[in-house]
Design a protein around this ligand. Structure first.
Ligand SMILES: [Zn+2]
Length: 344
């Protein structure tokens, strides 16, 4: 059982001091996942902010309230961003301009953010079309994904032009006020996500790597079609599993919780179940199956376009993992549709 410190999140515009010198803010998101948690860490002469919220009007209006109430006349002295997703990076440039403060993130996340923002060809929605086609998705469905619009820019209206690099091998801890925060790199959800752990107060700002209710999204992208992001994700869970059991986890979505070991166990079981389902589907078929044939059997509910996109890419991630663990064979036929069968 996970134990929650608060059963309700802070109201819009309000804050909760969730740990000593750590303030919890909640911002809205215009998706099915309708919120993100942000964290303000008390610094010597202001606050260090972890993640920025989606760069839209609703979030900026709430930020304006926080400037007057939560921050009063204190500045944001530094911005830390866990990874490039728009709900985390969205307002970074806007806040940097307002407070003339630096932004710190990993090089990989900064570079991929720019690649997506500037519509670098492998990083566009259109680049996914050949990947999905290769996995058997039909033309009708492909059409629903073929948008020319850069959706990333809806949440990241302007992009930071410079940053400070976070690199745990060179600088394993960041000092905020007098407190050291250890950097824990995480893979599988984003290329080089960081979480921050305070060994003095046993607080983990987990970002999207560890969430209490939903499982972290792990999928295959067009620019890395033969990757096995789940192996990376499981290795990252190992690193987080080394943290003490009395760690308070501050996730980007959901409520802060105790029970880090239990949550990691649940996530491993969740993926193991998915692998078992996949094996059963492959076993019951007289011929190899494509991701297009498999994903409706794994996700047995109505999916909107957005959810379908993630269901397909997550199915490919699970199939690639079975294939690269020698649990499944991958068949590329002459019509170039990729199909999988269980290894005998
Ligand atoms: Zn994310």
């Amino acid at each position: 059982m996970l134990r929650y410190l608060h059963t309700t999140p802070p109201a819009p515009g309000a804050v909760v001091e969730i740990a000593p010198d750590v303030l919890w803010l909640r911002m809205p998101l215009p998706f099915a996942l309708d919120h993100i948690n942000l964290w303000l860490l008390r610094d010597t002469d202001g606050y260090v902010l972890v993640d920025c919220g989606y760069g839209d009007k609703a979030t900026r209006e709430l930020w304006e309230r926080h400037f007057l109430t939560t921050l009063r006349d204190l500045p944001i002295t530094r911005i830390l961003v866990t990874h490039h997703h728009p709900d985390h990076l969205g307002n970074a440039d806007w806040l940097m301009q307002r407070f003339a403060c630096p932004l710190s993130m990993t090089a990989t996340e900064f570079l991929i953010a720019h690649a997506i923002f500037h519509s670098g060809v492998p990083f566009t929605a259109l680049a996914t079309i050949p990947l999905f086609r290769a996995h058997g998705i039909d033309t009708e469905q492909l059409k629903t994904f073929a948008t020319q619009t850069n959706l990333y820019r809806a949440g990241v209206p302007s992009m930071p032009m410079r940053y400070h690099r976070i690199n745990k091998d060179i600088e394993p801890t960041l000092d905020i006020d007098t407190n050291p925060w250890e950097i824990i790199t995480g893979y599988g959800h984003a290329p080089e996500h960081v979480s921050f752990y305070s060994p003095t107060s046993h607080v983990l700002i987990s970002g999207d790597m560890l969430l209490p209710k939903i499982s972290t999204h792990v999928s295959v992208w067009a620019f890395e079609p033969e990757s096995d992001p789940l192996t990376y994700f499981f290795a990252s869970l190992e690193m987080l599993a080394a943290l003490p059991e009395n760690t308070l986890v501050l996730p980007s979505h959901g409520l802060p919780f105790y029970g880090i070991g239990e949550r990691i166990k649940q996530l491993r079981e969740h993926h193991e179940e998915r692998f078992n389902d996949l094996r059963a589907i492959l076993r019951s078929s007289p011929h190899p199956l494509s991701a297009a044939e498999i994903y409706p059997l794994l996700f047995r509910r109505d999916l909107d376009t957005y959810q379908r996109f993630f269901a397909i890419s997550e199915t490919i991630a699970h199939l690639n993992h079975l294939w690269l663990s020698n649990d499944a064979m991958r068949h590329v036929e002459s019509n170039s549709v990729i199909r999988f069968s269980l290894t005998e």
